[in-house]
Design a binder for this molecule. Structure first.
Ligand code: FEO
Length: 170
């Protein structure tokens, strides 16, 4: 059985993950509007991955005999200055999520909840990968600057990202 303090914190994290999905869906829509199909593809996959993250917490709360409570999801931003602006905002958001995950680890340790600590280890590793991907794309966008051809080449590269659904237990 999960304790109420942990249950509440994990329900809040479901909301953070669903907001992340919503934010990247908004960025995907904005990219499509700009004619950048590769960026739209990248953010659409990011949206799908964030929904998976939310569902990991959802399934975990249920598996531990807790109660999932869905909270109000904030409206995400819908206008962005440039592709670089979208990725800088993505990185800033992921840094916020990393802090949330680290705070949850601290709480799980404080509450002596070993099972939750194990669940959270997956997220600690995932956040390293997510921030790394964002940093890499930001560096490319900074090199590209105002070069339209460079932007189209990056758009082509981002169009090759493929969504891999999680396998059971992952
Ligand atoms: Fe669910 Fe992008 O962290």
């Amino acid at each position: 059985m999960i304790n109420k303090t942990i249950e509440k914190a994990l329900n809040e994290q479901i909301n953070n993950e669903i907001f992340s999905a919503y934010l990247y869906l908004s960025m995907s829509a904005h990219s499509t509007y700009l004619g950048l199909k590769g960026f739209a593809n990248w953010f659409m996959i990011q949206y799908q991955e964030e929904m998976e993250h939310a569902m990991k917490f959802y399934d975990y709360i249920n598996d531990r005999g807790g109660k999932v409570i869905l909270l109000t999801v904030k409206q995400p931003e819908g206008e962005f200055d440039s592709p670089l602006d979208m990725f800088q905002k993505t990185l800033a958001h992921e840094q916020f999520i990393t802090k949330c995950i680290n705070d949850l680890v601290d709480l799980a340790i404080e509450q002596k909840d070993h099972a939750t600590q194990i669940l959270l280890q997956w997220f600690v590793t995932e956040q390293i990968e997510e921030e790394g991907n964002d940093n890499e794309i930001i560096a490319k966008l900074q090199l590209i600057g105002e070069n339209g051809n460079g932007l189209l080449m990056l758009d082509k590269e981002l169009s090759t990202r493929i969504y891999t659904p999680p396998t059971k237990g992952e």
